[in-house]
Structure formats: C-alpha cells, structure tokens
Design a protein around this ligand. Structure first.
Ligand code: MEV
Length: 305
C-alpha cells in the first residue's frame, strides 16, 4: 500500500503575531511544496533526502521539523510500521511555513493510506492541533493556508475566506537561519505581559492595517498595499521580532524600488516579503547580492492527495 500527498508553503502578507491574539490575517500559498509518500514497511523509517535525514523512528533524534512528524503519527496513525519519504522544496525555518505544510501533507497522506475521507476544514483543524501541541501557541493561519491554497483571509472569528484577488510583483527573500516560531511567539507574549496596554494598542493597529489591506484587495485597488506593509513592519519591529539583518533586507528592498516590504512569518530570522509593482526583477536582483531571493508565485492548490 502506498499513498502520497503534498501541501504548499505560505507567505503571510499581513497580521502575523497579531493573529495569535485573535486578530485577522492575510496569507497566500506559495508554489513550493512538501510532498509526503507513505508505504508499507517492516520497520518505521523516515527519509528526508534534502535534509540528510534517514533513520528508524524508534531510534530517531527528535527536534525541529521531526517533532511535527512524531506528533502527527501519534495522533493520526495506528502505530503500524511505515516508510515515510518527505521531499521539501521549502527551506526549513524560512518563515514560509515548512512545518505546517509538512503536517498538512502528512495528514493528507495518512488519510489516503487509511482510506479516510476528510473535508479541508477537518484537515486544517487536525494540523492546527499538531502545531499547537508542538509549539505551545499557534494560530490556525499557517495550517489553513497550506490546506486551502490561494489567498486566504482569516477573520477574527476564525472564518476562512478564500479571497478572489490577485497580487503580482511580490518578492520573497530568506536568510539561511531561522527564528524559532515558539520562541518568537513567547517573546511577544512576554512583552505583552509587561506592557499590556501598549501591546494591545499595537495589535489593534495591526488589525486595522489588515482590514484596510483586505478591502484594497477586494476592490482590486492595490495602491495602498506597499504603505500598509511598511506600517505593519514598523509594528513588527515594535513587537521585537525583527533583527538587524531582517531590517537590512527590508530597507534594501525599498531602496531597489519596492513599494513596501516587511518580515513574513515569525521573524527572528527567516524571510521578508516585498511588494514591487513593475520592479520585481530589480528588487530580487538587489536582494540576491547578499541573500536568497525569488519572485513569489502563488499556488491556487492547497492540499493535493
Ligand atoms: C508564523 O508563521 C506566524 C505567527 O503568527 C504564529 C502563528 O500564527 O501561529 C508568528
């Protein structure tokens, strides 16, 4: 018996961190995928060629992305031996949701393997449970986008709306080191526990930015998107999740002509995203001098099984 499923990376356009406090967010699926292939086996074996991982699960070292594999198997598999092959096109820890994409793809492959039907809502909820248990705190945003694909607006009631809008000319650049999402989320929580009034004001401002951006996208008038990204970046900096190097990338993108640029994801390392109407090539080239940059292509496809 064999099964296979894949799920896309994501880039958050607006609202990371604030989304953990119930605020809305906008994110898009990016056409870099994690593919999981499951097969019968006489032993539990996990192979991730791109990360040089090949081990029998019983003797597995744990940590990082492997914790998501372990937790997903524990919750949604019956314990029978499996060979698990994972192909990753997403740099791990890049802020592009590699753990969410892996979790969603693994759940999809397990459902296929066990002959289970599952609605996207249920898949996303189960993947969110894995992220919560591994990370301690997580919003449903990453797992929702990896499951549904497309451009997703998550409102403050946690309703998922696939936004039928296009946003071209986006560039993503990533560092080769990541921030730890759980640590970054905990850092913001710590700041909020010391300055609740200040931090709540910042989260409210991010909410207004996200809603302005949502309205701009819905009316197909993306002019304010760049400025809104820049304001959102200032507030992410205030939350303590930017770093000197991320700020350099953000400003490099703006110097090369980007209308707006900001961290995407948890920060502390990982990636930035820049909105570059008419100048995506120039911005990607400028960022590529010191970092890894690519023009972002969105994926309409979420989980494929
Ligand atoms: C991480 O990709 C996004 C955060 O908002 C955390 C979360 O939503 O769980 C930082």
């Amino acid at each position: 018996m064999k099964s296979r499923a894949s799920a896309p990376a994501k880039a958050i356009l607006f609202g990371e961190h604030a989304v953990v406090y119930g605020k809305p967010a906008i994110a898009a699926a990016v056409d870099r995928r994690v593919t999981v292939t499951l097969g019968d086996s006489s032993e539990n074996r996990v192979t991730i060629p791109s990360l040089g991982v090949d081990f029998r699960s019983e003797s597995s070292p744990r940590g990082g992305i492997l914790d998501y594999v372990g937790k997903t198997l524990k919750l949604y598999h019956d314990g029978s031996p499996l060979s698990i092959q994972i192909e990753m096109e997403i740099p791990v820890g890049s802020g592009l949701g590699s753990s969410a994409a892996l979790t969603v793809a693994l759940i999809g492959a397990l459902d296929e393997y066990h002959g289970r039907e599952s609605e996207p809502e249920d898949t996303a909820a189960r993947a969110h449970r894995v992220e919560l248990e591994v990370q301690g705190a997580a919003s449903p945003l990453d797992t929702t986008v990896s499951t549904y694909g497309g451009l997703v607006y998550l409102d403050s009631q946690r309703n998922v709306e696939k936004v039928n809008a296009r946003l071209h000319d986006l560039v993503i650049a990533h560092l080769d080191h990541s921030g730890d999402t759980a640590e970054m989320v905990a850092g913001v929580a710590e700041l909020r526990s010391r300055f609740p009034d200040v931090m709540d004001g910042i989260m409210d401002a991010v909410e207004m930015i996200t809603m302005r951006a949502y309205r701009a996208l819905m009316s197909n008038s993306p002019e304010p998107i760049g400025d809104l990204m820049n304001i959102n970046q200032g507030l992410l900096d205030a939350m303590g999740v930017s770093t000197g190097e991320l700020s350099m990338m953000v400003y490099e993108a703006r110097s090369a002509g980007a209308a707006g640029s900001k961290i995407t994801g948890a920060g502390g390392g990982g990636s930035i995203i820049a909105y570059c109407p008419g100048c995506a090539e120039d911005v990607a080239e400028a960022l590529n001098r010191n970092w890894n940059a690519m023009k972002a292509r969105f994926s309409e496809e979420g989980l494929i099984r």
